[in-house]
Design a protein around this ligand. Structure first.
Ligand SMILES: Nc1ncnc2c1ncn2[C@@H]1O[C@H](COP(=O)(O)OP(=O)(O)OP(=O)(O)O)[C@@H](O)[C@H]1O
Length: 315
């Protein structure tokens, strides 16, 4: 199967800034793929190369097998982009903006009209169809950006921080809509600073740092790499730290805190039962157990340490 996005050794230099420094990445067709990285990691530059807004300095980039430069038209027609910045013609009613966009991509007028109505209904701003972009609220503007990306019925939908600064209701509406699109076969590439968003939606995430991919994995796999904390409480508080042999390959640290045992281990959920059995065999009666999992956010910070990561709280 042709990948939705396939880039090899992609480079982009702005003056003496190396925005992309040999980025290689494959996004499988049909996947819901997340792009995470601290500010300035190169996410928007990468997207702009895919849609032909920025010319690469080196490397290869293909969208559904089409080279983004030599087969620009085919590659561009396959992509719907909802960019971070609002770059919309502000003087026309939004329905007309959508019809123009469809026309630009070769969609006949009558069909363009139907599609414009349809996407405005889908994102929930149909009643604003005759309003200028400038007169929409911030949340409606975000909804409109998605409508504009969908007007060409793209096989690849690229969302550059679609939920930055939006309220909880809109975030949930957008999540539902893009999940449905993905269920119906649209490949989604999502950049976000909200780790919860990536965790909830993405099959796979790539973590970018300084213009390179530092890791690609499912959110679950990434979290498994971080250390979990298992806290065990006993009927009789422990007075000495037991020497645990169960789960040894996974255990990073064992501490005794006020008679409770705090075990730091990778894949805590997997090793906890063995640890409990061993403690039980040694005659310690367990009254409480708590496993706090590493968050994707912690793994992210570890992988991109030293950078000015702006995550969790959004913009
Ligand atoms: N047009 C430009 N001219 C000069 N430098 C640029 C230009 N666009 C981006 N850069 C630089 O390239 C680097 C990557 O920027 P980019 O916008 O791709 O990062 P990002 O990962 O999208 O960041 P953010 O999360 O803040 O949106 C940064 O150092 C940025 O300052």
């Amino acid at each position: 199967m042709t990948a939705a996005i396939d880039v090899t050794d992609l480079r982009k230099q702005y003056g003496n800034v190396q925005a992309l420094d040999g980025l290689s990445l494959t996004v499988p067709e049909g996947s819901f793929f997340g792009l995470l990285g601290p500010n300035g990691a190169g996410k928007t530059t990468f997207i702009n190369i895919l849609v032909g807004l920025v010319r690469k300095t080196g490397g290869d980039a293909q969208v559904f097998g089409y080279d983004v430069e030599t087969d620009y038209r085919e590659a561009r027609d396959a992509i719907g982009l909802a960019p971070q910045e609002f770059n919309v013609d502000r003087f026309f009613p939004i329905k007309e903006v959508l019809e123009h966009k469809a026309g630009y991509h070769g969609i006949p007028t009558a069909e363009a009209r139907e599609r414009a109505d349809d996407v405005l209904k889908r994102v929930g701003i149909y009643e604003k169809r005759d309003t200028r972009f400038d007169w929409l609220s911030g949340g409606m503007k975000r909804r409109f950006m998605l409508a504009r990306a969908l007007i060409t019925e793209p096989d690849l939908l690229i969302l550059d921080e679609p939920t930055a600064g939006v309220d909880v209701q809109l975030r949930r509406d957008l999540w539902k809509l893009i999940t449905e699109l993905n269920d119906n076969g649209t490949t989604i590439l999502l950049t976000t600073h909200y780790i919860e968003e990536a965790e909830r939606l993405c099959d796979e995430v790539a973590i970018l740092d300084s213009g390179r991919v530092v890791d690609v994995a499912s959110p679950e796999e990434l979290m498994d790499r971080g250390a979990d904390k298992i806290t065990i409480q006993f009927r009789e508080p422990l007075s000495a730290r037991p020497d645990l042999t169960a789960g040894n390959g996974h255990i990073d640290d064992v501490e005794l805190v006020d008679g409770r045992l705090v075990v730091t281990a990778r894949q805590g959920g997997v090793v906890a039962p063995d640890i409990l059995r061993e403690l039980d065999r040694a005659g310690h009666e367990i009254v409480d157990l708590d496993i706090s999992r590493t968050s994707l956010e912690e793994v992210f910070v570890e992988l991109t340490e030293g950078q000015s990561a702006n995550i969790g709280g959004g913009q």
